[in-house]
Design a protein around this ligand. Structure first.
Ligand SMILES: [Zn+2]
Length: 223
């Protein structure tokens, strides 16, 4: 089984349950433990015993945005998955890496999530005959982000083109619980500009992590 976790937090529980098991590869992309709970999941944390090389951790810097995630995904996940040859892909698609999430400091957009979900879908068709189990996870904008992100996920899974305009019935229901403004669209959103220098720093940190993983885990697993 390949377990891929894009929740903002390190997938520590699942990794530590399977870190000695070479039949389960865990890959976690998360905000670096230097900035976010639980403070673990650095690139050196790569599994133990016969499971060494089968725990993969990419810590990301605050401000990591769509193209940083997509570059990291493309550099790491397909080559590791192709070498590992999983029977099933399990994903933890927590949406707390969204730019507006109150707990994390990452910068994924809903459009970025859609592209990450599509890559998961493509990989499942390439490697596991479509066997893909997707789970929710974190996400602390319960009305403005979570239902949109996971509706996009379900749309990608079901290969359905969904309307961009959110149904009025949903907006009325959500308005009972959310006092702030509600979105009009499924994925269209106004994204604040990144602070100057933050993007370049986040990209450099991600590339450093990618290089570290290529220099260690790739060798251990034959990727
Ligand atoms: Zn989380």
């Amino acid at each position: 089984m390949l377990y891929l976790d894009i929740d903002a937090h390190h997938g520590d529980g699942v990794q530590y349950a399977f870190e000695e098991d070479p039949d389960v590869m865990t890959i976690s992309f998360h905000e670096s433990g230097r900035f976010l709970f639980p403070g673990t999941g650095f690139t050196e944390d790569a599994g133990r015993g016969s499971g060494r090389g089968y725990s993969v951790n990419l810590p990301l810097a605050p401000g990591s945005s769509d193209d940083i995630y997509l570059e990291a995904f493309d550099a790491l996940v397909p080559p590791l998955a192709r070498a590992f040859r999983p029977g099933i892909i399990l994903t933890q698609d927590g949406c707390d890496a969204h730019w507006s999430d109150p707990l994390s400091h990452l910068a994924l957009t809903l459009a970025g999530y859609r592209r990450l979900f599509q890559r998961q879908h493509d990989l499942a068709h390439e490697l596991t005959g479509g066997r893909w189990l997707a789970l929710g996870g974190g996400g602390y904008q319960a009305y403005t982000v979570v239902p949109r992100a996971w509706t996009i996920l379900l749309g990608v899974m079901a290969e359905r083109q969904l309307d961009e305009r959110l149904p009025e019935s949903w907006r009325q229901l959500a308005a009972k619980y959310e006092s702030g403004p509600l979105p009009d669209f499924l994925s269209r959103e106004e994204v604040p500009a990144a602070a100057p220098g933050a993007y370049a720093q986040a990209r450099a940190a991600a590339r450093e992590g990618i290089a570290a993983i290529k220099g260690s885990v790739f060798k251990l697993t034959g990727a």
